[in-house]
Design a protein around this ligand. Structure first.
Ligand code: NAD
Ligand code: UDP
Length: 346
């Protein structure tokens, strides 16, 4: 039986781009996704791009029997674990759903992996675990912060759970990847981010204003101590993020314990700079209005990617302009994301 990589959440935004990256690298992939925020259409389009479609198992990481069955049926070499809920505001309203999906789901997954004798895991964490750090850029050894929402806490709890697990059993080899702000889409315009309902994140909202779904963008505060008063973030192209997973998995193949890497570019941009870059890339105006700060937002957050560069030989190669061009191509080709009305492709 061929060894495969299990990708939980592989029908979602980052998971689909990483699935493509792994298939292009010649890996066999099985996707487990409950489709609460993912689309099987993404996997069909992956096949159009690389000629191979990963097997999709529709199921929940909270369901131990599905996990056990999957590990019994497939010979899994390693797991990339993207599945989870990711909205900060929703996590404040529905903390139990976040602890259940993100913490219990991860715990279940680790139990099923141990039962099956699979000990290589790459976990999707987030720069949110740093809270509001006093220094920029953020290195991996900056203390994890006082977190203000259940989403961030759920990520930090899983990080700690994984450390305890690796401490308890040297067979575990785990990569924790702390993503900064993933944006953009595959250059084909075939796969991209398809947020359900009103987007929470800046770039999907900007793109949907440009396409005419919303009349204007609310910019959350222009009184931060930054270049132009708006928040600074480290936006990273989703394809760079995907390639970081390949490198991380290669790096943990022959080691053990937990390794933590930031995946960011090392450059921060303000909200107004991002809007201008998007307007240049799309040729469309993005009307915006300054409103008050969004609770829980920090003034700036950008990575030191030095550790990933040194230890993984990984570098983000796409600049902000490319991120915006690729996002706009995806948005133009798929004004309604993956929904059936959107099939008007090349
Ligand atoms: P996404 O919502 O597009 O993808 C997550 C996928 O997981 C979806 O396809 C969803 O259907 C699936 N899923 C959710 N709960 C599940 C469950 N219980 N069982 C099985 N499948 C389940 O999100 P994304 O942006 O691709 O994020 C992927 C991971 O990266 C998440 O863990 C997220 O917290 C983390 N992350 C995302 C960002 C970001 O800004 N997008 C930043 C930092 C970290
Ligand atoms: N932002 C904004 N308007 C929006 C969404 C976001 O001004 O509709 C700002 C937000 O305050 C932050 C930046 O854009 O400074 C990135 O926010 P996002 O939600 O995309 O990512 P976060 O860094 O909060 O995870």
């Amino acid at each position: 039986m061929t060894e495969k990589i299990l990708i939980t959440g592989g029908a979602g935004y980052i998971g689909s781009h990483t699935t493509l990256e792994f298939l292009l690298a010649g890996k066999e992939v099985v996707v487990l996704d409950n489709l609460c925020n993912g689309s099987p259409e993404a996997l069909l389009r992956i096949e159009r791009l690389c000629g191979k479609q990963p097997e999709l198992i529709i199921g929940d990481i909270c369901d131990a029997s599905i996990l056990n069955e999957l590990f019994d049926k497939h010979r899994i070499a390693a797991v990339l674990h993207f599945a989870g809920l990711k909205s900060v505001s929703e996590s404040v309203r529905e903390p139990l759903a976040y602890y259940e999906n993100n913490v219990m789901g991860s715990l279940n997954l680790c139990k099923a992996m141990a039962r099956a004798g699979v000990y290589h895991l790459v976990f999707s964490s987030s720069a949110t675990v740093y809270g509001d750090p006093a220094q920029m850029p953020i290195h991996e050894n900056v203390p994890t912060g006082a977190l203000t929402n259940p989403y961030g806490r759920s990520k930090l709890i899983v990080e700690q759970l994984l450390q305890d697990l690796a401490d308890s059993d040297p067979r575990w080899s785990i990569a924790i990847l702390r993503y900064f702000n993933p944006v953009g889409a595959h250059s084909s315009g075939l796969i991209g981010e398809d947020p359900q309902g009103t987007p929470n994140n800046l770039l999907p909202y900007v793109a949907q204003v440009a396409i005419g779904r919303f009349s204007e963008l609310a910019v959350y505060g222009n009184d931060y101590p930054t270049r132009d008063g708006t928040g600074v973030r480290d936006y990273i192209h989703v394809v760079d993020l995907a390639s970081g997973h390949l490198k991380a998995l290669q790096a943990i193949e022959s080691t053990n314990g937990v390794k933590t890497w930031n995946l960011g570019t090392g450059t921060g941009y303000t909200v107004l700079e991002v809007i201008k870059a998007f307007e240049r890339a799309s040729g469309r105006q993005v009307p915006y209005r300054i409103v008050s700060r969004r609770p829980g937002d920090v003034a700036e957050c950008w990575a030191s990617p030095a550790k990933a560069a040194e230890e993984l030989d990984w570098h983000a190669v796409h600049d902000l302009e490319t991120m915006m061009i690729d996002l706009w191509r995806w948005q133009l080709k798929n004004p309604r994301g993956y929904s059936p009305q959107a099939i008007q492709l090349v």
